[in-house]
Design a protein around this ligand. Structure first.
Ligand SMILES: [Zn+2]
Length: 82
């Protein structure tokens, strides 16, 4: 099956051909590294995408893959206090 090209799921890159014509090539979007939503530090042990085992995707704990260990510890403590 041919992948749909004229959607924005893939980024458009303008490429100049040897004849000088500018054509649009569709390339997969760059994956960005997961970062903590609390302090913005890069999260370790988190990888997303197809072909990645579920055990490699995110830590299986509350706020896993969203907050870093320090921020998630604080978040859990704040929830207990209330
Ligand atoms: Zn954090």
């Amino acid at each position: 099956m041919v992948k749909q090209k004229h959607s924005r799921s893939e980024r458009r890159v303008k490429v100049k051909t040897p004849s000088g014509r500018v054509v649009i090539h569709y390339k997969p979007r760059r994956k960005h590294l997961a970062s903590c939503s609390g302090c913005g530090v890069r999260l370790f042990g988190v990888s997303y995408g197809l072909g990645v085992a579920s055990s490699e995707r995110a830590p299986s704990r509350p706020f896993g893959g969203v907050l870093c260990s320090r921020c998630s510890r604080q978040a859990v403590k704040e929830r207990v206090v209330r």
